[in-house]
Design a protein around this ligand. Structure first.
Ligand SMILES: [Cu+2]
Length: 71
């Protein structure tokens, strides 16, 4: 399992958190999912053999949020 920490900007409330959680929880192998709109943090673990990081990022971006990987 690989751990991934992303800074996601654009989330403004608990509803945004839930949108992100819903989408990511449907992806293959994702576990330990935590989303916090106050700190702009999304953290999760996933199986690199089952899922690519780009797919995770794209799923969040499709919702209209901005993903920064430089943290
Ligand atoms: Cu919101």
């Amino acid at each position: 399992m690989k751990k991934l920490l992303l800074k996601v900007t654009g989330m403004s409330c608990g509803g945004c958190e839930n949108s992100v959680k819903n989408v990511l929880s449907k992806l293959d192998s994702v576990t330990d999912l935590e989303v916090n709109h106050t700190s702009d943090k999304v953290s999760l673990s996933y199986d690199e053999n089952a899922l690519e990081e780009a797919a995770i990022v794209q799923s969040i971006e499709k919702l209209g949020y901005t993903v920064n990987r430089d943290n």
